[in-house]
Design a protein around this ligand. Structure first.
Ligand code: CS2
Ligand code: MG
Length: 402
């Protein structure tokens, strides 16, 4: 299965997506997602200018060797741009291998471990009342698990609170917009949301919350403690995780389960978090973590330490990532939950796929490969549009984490 061609496809059906398509001599092709929000063209160039020239002529079946060639061979290892590019190639090669074997990808990984993949949706509102109402809509749609975010009084905008309720897109401008942040107001407000949610809907559904890297460890410990009576499924990205041992302090103060890792690019960003049991869910997903070949290593390490997977699944990851993740989720023994933000109909049309939503679960399809394709003709109609994620400042102008 010699690789004879490979190309990068950039498309913007409402938001930017980067895709690699790898074609073999016998006509089987595979596709992989290479989308890195706000840095899309860096990955596109990394692939087109530096990786694809080394790919042509190799045996598509040698996935591990190709992975090691690009990882070790780069000398400059890792990083979000490099690992996203590598993930795209890796997923395209797994797609090819599964198609050649005439099997859905989960069969190659080890077969089905569960009938469906429990997902969580995003409910958000400007006020507690609005968010409570939104959570009700998700319950009506059948979700078993719901992430709840609410606006903070006194702040003009808050992470996770969007204009369009069903299709949240954080990269909202062609240059970064500046938001304002206030930790004290936030910490006062969030427990009210979860108290109201539990009073309204009881304890039947799982509730989750994303802090988006905004607290210090001791502040996170306090929030986790305040939220304990409301039994969160997880508290996500409570602090930015460059300092892995910083999580020890959070753990000393709360039993609220912790999730982290959507911005990690490799096992080296989380090995201490996992081996010291400082987290409960690892969120690094296929596209930003070096593909199936590397995420598999993270999942196996995590399994030893009672850490479960909870893959990132925002709309800035293309349906290809969602498809590949669902095959992984269907197989991986230590599965926890899968994030699921619905893609817009325009995006779904560019990336036809065979997974379906049923009663709070995503059900993987049985098409050989990962079950997601790209309509290149349609993709070509949507030209790249530069878009950035926002940045945050404190009220005195100090730059902060977004
Ligand atoms: C997020 C994302 O889904 C999540 O939990 O934190 O919405 C994140 O902000 C975006 O993926 C950034 O591109
Ligand atoms: Mg998040």
């Amino acid at each position: 299965m010699k690789i004879v061609d490979a190309k990068v496809i950039v498309t913007c059906p409402g938001r930017n997506f980067v895709t690699i398509k790898i074609i073999t001599e016998d006509g089987i092709y595979g596709i992989g997602d290479a989308t890195l929000n706000g840095r899309e063209l860096a990955v596109a160039s990394y692939l087109a200018d530096h990786l694809i020239p080394c790919l042509i002529g190799r045996d598509a079946g040698q996935i591990e060797d190709i992975w090691q060639f690009f990882y070790r061979g780069a000398y400059w290892r890792g990083g979000p741009v490099g690992m996203t590019a590598l993930a795209a190639i890796d997923v395209a090669l797994w797609d090819i291998k599964a198609k050649a074997a005439n099997m859905p990808l989960y069969q190659l990984l080890g077969g089905r471990s569960r009938s469906g993949v429990m997902v969580y949706g995003h409910a958000n509102g400007n006020t507690v009342e609005e968010t409570v109402e939104e959570v009700g809509r998700y319950i009506d749609m059948g979700y078993k698990a719901i992430r709840a975010q609410t606006g903070v009084p006194g702040l003009a905008s808050t992470y996770g609170v969007s204009k369009d309720k069903l299709f949240y897109e954080p990269a909202d401008a062609d240059l970064p917009t500046e938001n304002e942040w206030d930790t004290a107001r936030y910490l006062e407000h969030v427990p009210t949301l979860f108290r109201t949610l539990r009073d309204t809907y009881g304890y039947d559904r799982h509730l989750l919350h994303d802090v988006h890297h905004r607290l210090t460890p001791i502040e996170a410990g306090r929030l986790g403690k305040d939220l304990e009576p409301f039994r969160l499924f997880w508290l996500e990205d409570a602090v930015s995780a460059e300092l892995q041992e910083g999580f020890r302090l959070i753990r000393q103060h709360t039993t609220t389960p912790l999730a982290v890792g959507e911005v990690f690019a490799s096992i080296h960003n989380c090995h201490q978090l996992i081996t010291e049991q400082l987290i409960d869910y690892i969120r690094t997903t296929i596209v930003h973590g070096g593909g199936i070949s590397h995420i598999r290593r993270i999942a196996h390490l995590a399994e030893l330490y009672h850490v479960r997977t909870g893959f990132h699944g925002a709309t800035d990851l293309s349906p290809i990532t969602m498809g590949a993740a669902l095959h992984f989720d269907t197989w991986v023994p230590n599965f926890g939950i899968q994030e699921y933000m619905r893609h817009t109909p325009e995006t779904d049309e560019v990336f036809p796929h065979d997974y379906t939503f049923e009663d709070g679960y995503l059900i993987v399809g049985d098409t050989p490969g990962h079950g997601v394709d790209i309509n290149e003709e349609l993709a070509a109609k949507y030209e790249y549009e530069r878009a950035y994620l926002p940045v945050n400042r404190l009220s005195d102008g100090t730059m902060f984490n977004w």
